[in-house]
Design a protein around this ligand. Structure first.
Ligand SMILES: Cc1cc2nc3c(=O)[nH]c(=O)nc-3n(C[C@H](O)[C@H](O)[C@H](O)COP(=O)(O)OP(=O)(O)OC[C@H]3O[C@@H](n4cnc5c(N)ncnc54)[C@H](O)[C@@H]3O)c2cc1C
Length: 410
């Protein structure tokens, strides 16, 4: 259920294991919802949990300042307040360390699975290897980031500290603006690519392998027989199988609720804009994040994707040109010649966030239903590993990494 990046990678792993697979999605193609235009960063070197001791202060400031990267507008949705309460409880140093370590482990494992996948199924996705840059404008924030990065290096990530000249050695496109940065953390093993292109090309490849995609098919609920799912009920009739996987992104809690299962997933809105770079100068050679403004950028073929903002505003996906003003301003000042900033392709998507930042996997009360959802702000990075884990669980095998804190509450 679901043909976002999580559903497609799960279909890949199950097909690989010899299962007969049917994928259901209400859209007409893969990755048409949240997986459509994300930042594209495949970033174990940035696997920090959002729930940190600093997060509550940032959220509170966002009530009166509109320039905060993490922001919320209070509303009356009880699901929002329940989620916030759970998030708040994660906002201390001890939980941040635990959650970040778990995320880093899953991201690292996912990258191994991803490399294996693209070797076996060489689909196009405008990929870039060569690392990602995390840029810091002030010496104190750079110093703090160096200290914090030990959590990730201890979890197996390679992270190097660079001064301004080091930044330019890694990406010469930053040469003209190097003086603006106190330094950068460089994760040479990180990479990037177009998540939507990958998912769509993978879906086409899987179709050739016999996977059945049911597009434009809306899941309405389930037929139950005791503690088993007997069928998925759609607007086009019932579909039956031996095992079912729920991978519906921000809509997973809605369907799970009808099964009596409470999934702590809430949508966190983000904005992206894609600009053409064909024939332009000083285009970044690798992706990165300006940590001061939390604007991310990523070269993708003859385009550059720019993303920013984490906003709690329910299921609303609307956007206005003014939502993109700050991020475009940052990019125009860093890479003025790199793109045609007159041709802007705007988008907004909803990250399926859990309070911990780790996904929800495993089984709850129904014996033939598995959960693979809640990959939050890192679904492109974590999906491949989460898919392999899900396929292993369905086959009754022990997953390659521990699943502490990731198993769905029964
Ligand atoms: C601005 C932004 C930037 C991001 N940047 C990055 C990044 O750099 N790196 C990274 O790793 N991650 C990033 N992410 C996160 C990543 O995009 C998500 O974690 C990921 O796309 C979630 O995938 P998914 O398959 O769970 O959800 P989705 O892609 O939303 O897929 C769920 C699918 O379920 C279908 N569906 C839902 N309900 C029903 C129903 N009732 N019937 C039938 N079908 C249904 C939907 O149509 C959809 O296709 C970013 C996200 C955003 C918004």
């Amino acid at each position: 259920m679901g043909a976002g990046i999580v559903g497609v990678t799960t279909a890949y792993e199950l097909n690989r294991d010899g299962f007969e697979v049917t994928v259901i999605d209400r859209e007409a193609d893969a990755a048409a919802f949240t997986s459509y235009a994300n930042a594209g960063l495949f970033a174990p070197g940035h696997a920090y949990a959002w729930s940190s001791p600093a997060a509550p202060g940032i959220l509170m400031r966002s009530l009166w300042r509109n320039d905060q990267a993490l922001r919320f507008r209070p509303n009356l949705d009880p699901a929002f307040w329940r989620w916030m309460w759970r998030f708040w409880k994660q906002c201390n140093a001890e939980r941040a360390l635990i959650n970040t370590t778990r995320k880093a482990r899953l991201c690292g494992y996912s990258q191994t699975v991803f490399h294996d996948t693209v070797e076996r199924a060489p689909v196009e996705y405008d990929g870039h290897t060569g690392g990602l840059l995390y840029l810091y404008r002030s010496a104190p924030s750079f110093e703090a980031a160096r200290t914090k990065s030990r959590i990730l290096t201890e979890a197996g990530c390679r992270i190097e500290s660079l001064d301004a000249d080091g930044i330019v050695r890694v990406d010469p496109a930053l040469g003209p603006v190097k003086a603006r940065f106190a330094g950068a953390l460089y994760a040479p093993g990180d990479e990037s690519g177009d998540c939507c292109m990958f998912a769509r090309n993978m879906a086409a490849w899987l179709k050739g392998q016999g996977v059945d995609f049911r597009w434009s098919t809306e899941i309405k609920g389930f037929d139950l027989e005791g503690d088993h799912i007997a069928a998925v009920v759609t607007d086009k009739g019932r579909l039956t199988g031996d095992a079912y996987v729920l991978a519906l992104g921000v809509y997973s809690p809605h369907l799970a609720r009808s099964l009596g299962v409470d999934l702590p997933i809430y949508p966190v809105k983000g904005y992206s804009v894609t600009v053409p770079t064909e024939g332009r100068n000083n285009v970044p050679t690798i992706g990165g994040v300006d940590e001061e403004t939390l604007v991310a950028y990523c070269p993708m073929g003859a385009r550059m994707r720019i993303t920013a903002t984490a906003e709690f505003s329910g299921y609303d996906r609307s956007h206005r040109p003014s939502d993109f003003r700050t991020m475009l301003g940052v990019m125009k000042s860093l890479f003025p010649d790199a793109a045609d900033y007159g041709k802007l392709d705007y988008w907004a998507g909803l990250r399926p966030m859990t309070p911990e930042g780790t996904p929800i996997l495993g089984q709850a009360r129904h014996k033939n239903l598995w959960y693979n959802t809640g990959q939050g702000h890192m679904g492109w990075t974590m999906s491949h590993g989460a898919a392999r884990i899900t396929a292993d669980l369905i086959a009754g095998k022990t997953p390659a990494i521990p699943l502490d804190g990731m198993l769905v509450a029964a």
